[in-house]
Design a protein around this ligand. Sequence first.
Ligand code: NAP
Length: 248
Amino acid sequence: MTGVLVVTGASRGIGEATAVAGAARGYAVCVNYRSDAEKAEAVADRIASDGGKAIAVGADVSRERDVLELFKTVDEAFGPVTALVNNAGMVPGRYRADEIPYEDMSVVLLTNVAGVMLCCREALKRMLPKYGGGGGAIVNVSSMSATLGASHYWVHYGASKGAIDAYTIGLAKEVAGDGVRVNAVRPGLIDTEMTARSGQPGRVAKLAGRQPMGRAATPEEVASNILFLLSDEASYVAGANMNVAGAL
Ligand code: NAP
């Protein structure tokens, strides 16, 4: 076994592709989801039928109690986590900055920022030598919106991802000497259900031709870079925010 991998938000999209690629590399995988148990179970079943190890675990990463339970469940099923991918994220409705409801600001910050910090905290309690851990690797899924700003519709989302970039750099410096590498990827336009679910069906098709490469990326093209950052091939990479954005 390569190690124990927790992928948050793995019932579909980039998280699903990461869970499947991680299992193919020999990780025992926790397929986390918030609401879609059926899809998450299907991902875990597919991994198992391909000869891998996986469990689907429901937990809303924005809730502390759920996150504590998530990591405990993983401890019991596979042992302590050695690799964490903070992928769960969401974009609430589309608004200009003067119209964003407080509820949307709260949910995006709690999910995309506090959720990442909570999962990192619980993973570090299993990875750091001071708790008896043997190190590990963490990849946070940011977004190109952290640098581009997502103005006119998603500044709250862009701000949440900017926070992740800063957190990744700070945390990486804090734990690099303890054998824990922390990095981030910044996806550009990826062909998933995320934007359709936030009320913009057809966005990917509309914008694909305007990308520098003339297309959107597949979730697998993000997952392969996440797996690289988790692996020993990236043993001297820490505190990096890697664009996976086709020159966007
Ligand atoms: P997606 O297809 O919408 O999938 C999101 C996943 O996150 C689902 O499995 C969903 O589970 C889960 N999730 C949402 N809120 C959660 C919560 N509070 N707790 C636990 N799980 C939660 O999204 P995606 O496009 O693959 O995006 C994955 C990541 O990439 C996100 O962080 C996103 O911000 C980032 N990203 C995406 C793009 C893009 O173009 N798609 C670009 C840049 C960055 P349920 O369905 O069970 O709720």
